[in-house]
Design a protein around this ligand. Structure first.
Ligand SMILES: Cc1cc2nc3c(=O)[nH]c(=O)nc-3n(C[C@H](O)[C@H](O)[C@H](O)COP(=O)(O)OP(=O)(O)OC[C@H]3O[C@@H](n4cnc5c(N)ncnc54)[C@H](O)[C@@H]3O)c2cc1C
Ligand code: SF4
Length: 345
């Protein structure tokens, strides 16, 4: 008899979508997340660019579909710390309090997401030392409080830990121009009198309607984009003094703010790195998943025999792309099970 159970590691939006699509075709799926709730990073977000759907609403909708499908077994508060290929099966080690376990699967989807770059590495901005200096992720977590606390001036600093070979990561994190514009706009909508500045190197909004989204924020919400680099944030008179340079005008700048938001890089999660190498997959120079060359794989999310991936474990991506990749990985799994079954006959 064929054991055709599928394991999905990570219950963020990518993993949830993969599990939903695989189970919809009648296959048994085990969906595992080390967190005690589903939804990954998105469950804690407010409005999502581009259409301002609430993150929590999207996650709740996916959770309902998962709960309604008996083909999906949910294991929360459980971490997969080891995957091992043996012949046509992949053995997984599960760790949850007091209950270590092993199980064999025919196919696996790795959807282990991303970690947030440590803002403390940029000591000059005072993250972790000065109240009022937060990261973009902190903004999402504290959005309600932030929007309801009177703010005279807010400063957003982009590319913190991205595009920086000396202290950070060399790559562009791809989505922080978009989420910074979204966060600045949400703040301005809640507090129209607040002065909101965004310091940038470039504006990269290569999404459908992304350019229009950012331009709308600049023009309709009167948010001031300054091309330049912030050199230092200094606590002064219970506020934060920003020392910067406007590189377009070639002039130094100083302004006082109540809130500084660092758009920190999205970095590969440690879990991704260990699981991928254990199954014989490859990582790129930055630690994200290295896809198989297009001409050599039947499915774009294919990693090794019977193993697929989806979402931000591959590279920083937005929610739509994570969902699409979840569906693509599910299609890869179903194709693989089909060909496996044919070969076993
Ligand atoms: C500040 C910020 C704001 C953003 N705003 C937007 C926005 O407005 N619109 C938008 O489209 N995108 C936005 N994004 C991008 C969005 O966060 C990602 O697209 C999305 O989180 C990717 O989902 P994922 O499932 O790939 O990963 P994650 O959300 O990281 O989920 C991965 C899951 O895997 C679990 N996991 C990891 N390792 C293991 C393991 N070994 N065993 C079990 N479970 C494991 C984790 O606990 C987690 O639940 C934003 C990103 C940031 C940083
Ligand atoms: S997406 Fe924008 S903010 Fe993020 S690293 Fe790239 S250029 Fe910088």
């Amino acid at each position: 008899m064929l054991n055709e159970d599928v394991l999905v590691v990570g219950g963020g939006v990518a993993g949830m979508q993969a599990a939903i699509d695989i189970a919809a075709s009648g296959r048994d799926v085990v969906l595992v997340d080390k967190d005690k709730n589903l939804g990954g990073h998105v469950k804690d977000y407010g409005a999502l660019f581009p259409d301002l759907t609430q993150g929590a609403t999207l996650v709740k909708q996916k959770i309902q579909i998962i709960k309604d499908n008996p083909k999906i077994t949910l294991m929360l508060g459980t971490e997969i710390n080891k995957l091992q290929h043996t012949n046509n099966t992949i053995k997984a080690n599960f760790i949850s309090t007091g209950n270590p376990k092993e199980q064999n699967f025919t196919a696996v989807v790795i959807a282990t997401g991303f970690d947030n770059f440590d803002g403390k590495k940029y000591g000059e901005y005072g993250y972790g030392r000065y109240p009022g200096v937060i990261t973009g992720i902190d903004f999402e977590h504290q959005e309600e409080t932030i929007l309801n606390t009177p703010i005279k001036t807010a400063v957003f600093i982009k590319c913190v830990g991205s595009r920086d070979r000396s202290k950070g990561m060399p790559y562009c994190s791809k989505i922080c121009c978009m989420y910074t514009a979204k966060q600045a706009a949400e703040l301005k909508k809640a507090q129209p009198n607040a002065q909101v500045y965004i310091f940038y190197m470039d504006i990269r909004s290569n999404f459908k309607n992304g350019e229009e989204f950012v331009r709308g924020v600049m023009e309709n919400q009167h948010i001031k984009y300054i091309r330049g680099r912030v050199g230092k944030v200094i606590p002064t008179n219970n506020r934060l003094l920003i020392r910067a340079e406007d590189t377009l005008m070639g002039v130094p700048l100083e302004l006082e703010a109540d809130l500084v938001v660092l758009a920190t890089a999205m970095v590969p999660s440690k879990s991704t790195q260990s699981l991928v190498t254990q199954v014989g997959g490859k990582l790129d120079a930055n630690g994200f998943i290295l896809p198989i060359p297009m001409a050599e794989s039947e499915n774009p999310m294919s990693l090794t025999k019977g193993v697929f991936y989806a979402g931000a474990c591959g590279f920083p991506c937005d929610v739509k792309e994570a969902l699409n990749q979840g569906s693509a990985a599910a299609a890869g799994v179903l194709g693989y099970l089909q060909s496996n079954r044919g070969a076993a006959k």
